[in-house]
Design a protein around this ligand. Sequence first.
Ligand code: GTR
Length: 333
Amino acid sequence: MDRRNVMTIGAAAAVLAMAGTFSAPAIAQQKLVLKATDVHPLGYPTVEAVVRMGKKLEAATNGRLSIQMYPSMQLGGEKEMIEQAQIGALAFARISVGPMGPIVPELNVFNLPFMFRDTAHMEKVIDGPIGDEMLKKLSDHPKANLIGICWMNAGTRNVYNSKHPVRTLADLKGLKIRMMGNPVFVDSMNALGGNGVAMGFDQLINAMQTGVVDGAENNYPSYASGQHYRYAKHFSQTEHLMIPEILVFSKKTWESLSAEDRALITKLGKEAQKEQRQLWYDAEKAAIKQMQDNGVQIVKIADKKPFQEAVKPVWDKYGKDHAGLIKRIQDVK
Ligand code: GTR
């Protein structure tokens, strides 16, 4: 080996050494601001849980990773949020399982009316092996392009309208009720006797104002924080749906993260699931107070049996391919 070659090798080694010393940590130090979005405003339990998660992420990585929250549908409705996460235009989207059903068929089981017996049942399912399995189904789905991070509570959904109190199925007749964009919901409302109209959450206020719909259905915090009582004062405790929400992450962005960063986000997601739950219970109480303060008539449904009977065809149509999963959910005691 002549002297020139030795020097070349020496210089190359020096460059490699420098790369090892400076460049790699410099890359690792690169700041990454993860965009997150939600249809709800700041302070709403799902938004607050993700904001808190962002603070923890920032602290754990000395500011290298952080979350920037775009609340209140700033980046569009849920459909747009999902699409943006899929292409990597944003990292986190907190969405209802409602619009995810058409993407991951198994998730539609959570969208069946009267699927869960009560809140405790729903929580046990999402906190347990079925919950983990469903998150994995979403993450592994070849076309979803999303990673399921964690679950969040969203209470029960209840019908509200501007015309009259709904106490029985007969009262739903002729009412145009906005439902989330997924055929299972329109079919459910039609089976209950109303007229289901699918549209995004972002179009709802306008549709109620202009009479395109007579009302909608949702949980207490969504109804109260969106001030839907200004357009639809008759709120009935139909509790026909109990749909958990899901925090998803863009698969594209996920694949660019290190294993450590993924593990950290997964861990903080589990913590967010717990924290959001307490925030949720508090928000439900506050929402009911706000509704009462604004003269909302909260109508009790004396007999829910006819409602449950009426949606049987929806179960036959959407549940038939998932009998095993439905049975496992029902067996969770
Ligand atoms: C809310 C839910 C939103 C959205 C909305 C809707 O309860 O938090 O994610 O699904 O309902 O009705 O579209």
